[in-house]
Design a protein around this ligand. Structure first.
Ligand code: THG
Length: 367
């Protein structure tokens, strides 16, 4: 890998000064923005995430804001998840699909009010699709990217740290709910959510000027909790089965293939543009699906392309993410497997750049 040349296209974040001061060692690009991937080492970051608390600059989770009388209608056009029962103060993980049922993104939807929503996007240019629908259907709604940057506080000590800055009320926030809480006289949505299985919060920081003051306040308040800068961890998220758009799925996959059928209510999601296509795939069921895969033997290299899964010389799927897991003392992976070979316990061979290794299909992920 080479160094990244900075430029305006490659956006910094409101927390970049704090991330750099903390000694970030590597970034990836996500939504045209810098996303840290390593501080100490991926394994040391993993150990610390599972035992303490970390601040994650996840500004790359850009918001697509829908504002106006047709905001709810537009939101339901985007997803096969039925939003009729969703109340302000709730967050929903929502597959976003095109007219063929292909996955365009897998964001978290935040309902701020009946006429105001945020879509907290994964790595694809969803704004263009949403603006196009709003324009093409002549909807009475404004669609844009506001100056909102999420800061995640993740790890077993997240409640204790957050209570010191926002008060004990944070302890009462339920999973995938948010409260509006004050910091320096400014109100911000604080949700119990985040891209790890260790528990914690996401603070939707509105106004870049508040980024570093909040970062510093959390770092100072958590000194004795050993708070550190961290980032979504490539080992922990595979153990937890958290999917990564662009890695584990693309627009060529339906939500059902991604194992996201539980977030689809295609019968009742009236208005969803992919509804007819998804009614067909829901009827017949997918012929390949995401699975947890254990890879035996040596530590695998970084998975930066699909690794074929083979049985008797037949290509039956691909591994899309993989990592050595210190806690499980094996390689953990996410893959998509054809239905003939997706049952728990099925033996496979995976072709990595380092050679062929034995692998096995698991019923569930590790966390
Ligand atoms: N938080 C916020 N925005 C995000 C992410 C996030 N945008 C980018 C990316 N992550 C979107 N992808 C995901 C993937 C998984 C989850 C959230 C966003 C997730 N899934 C849980 C699961 O699958 O078990 C919980 C789902 C549920 O029960 O509703 O958390 O992390 N703001």
């Amino acid at each position: 890998m080479v160094l990244l040349s900075p430029s305006r296209r490659l956006r910094r974040t409101p927390f970049s000064d704090g991330v750099e001061a903390a000694g970030v060692k590597a970034y990836t690009i996500y939504n045209h923005m810098l996303l840290p991937t390593v501080f100490e080492s991926v394994e040391e970051d993993y150990r610390h995430l599972k035992s303490a608390v970390q601040l994650w600059d996840v500004s790359v989770e850009r918001q697509v804001e829908l504002r106006g009388p047709d905001a709810g209608r537009l939101m339901q056009m985007l997803t096969p998840r039925d939003l009729r029962g969703m109340l302000p103060g709730q967050c929903y993980y929502v597959p976003i699909v095109d007219e063929t049922g292909g996955m365009l993104n897998d964001p978290v939807a935040i309902k701020l009010a009946e006429d105001r929503w945020w879509i907290s996007i994964a790595d694809s240019d969803l704004l263009f699709w949403v603006k196009g629908l709003a324009y093409g259907f002549r909807l009475d709604v404004l669609v844009d990217e506001p100056d909102v940057s999420p800061l995640a506080v993740q790890g077993p000590k997240a409640d204790d740290l957050m209570a010191r800055v926002f008060g004990d009320q944070v302890r009462d926030i339920r999973f995938f709910r948010f409260n509006m809480l004050e910091f320096q006289g400014r109100s911000m949505a604080v949700a119990r959510s985040g891209y790890s299985r260790q528990g914690g919060f996401e603070i939707y920081v509105e106004g870049s000027d508040l980024g570093m003051p909040l970062w510093k306040a959390l770092m100072e308040a958590g000194r004795d909790l050993d708070v550190r800068a961290g980032c979504p961890n490539g080992i922990e998220r595979v153990e937890g089965g958290l999917l990564s758009y662009g890695n584990d799925m693309t627009a060529r996959n339906t939500p059902h293939e991604c194992g996201l059928g539980k977030f689809c209510n295609t019968q009742t999601a009236i208005g969803c543009v992919g509804r007819d296509a998804l009614l067909r795939v829901a009827q017949e069921g997918p012929i390949r699906q995401v699975r947890a895969i254990e890879i035996f033997g040596d530590r695998v290299p970084t998975c930066d392309r699909r690794w074929p899964l083979m049985v008797d010389g037949k290509h039956v799927g691909n591994v899309t993410s993989a990592a050595w897991s210190p806690d499980f003392n094996t390689n953990v992976a996410i893959g998509i497997v054809r239905m003939t070979h997706w049952d728990e316990g099925t033996d496979l061979d995976v072709v990595t750049p380092a050679g062929v290794q034995a692998a096995n299909v698991w019923e569930t992920f590790w966390l």
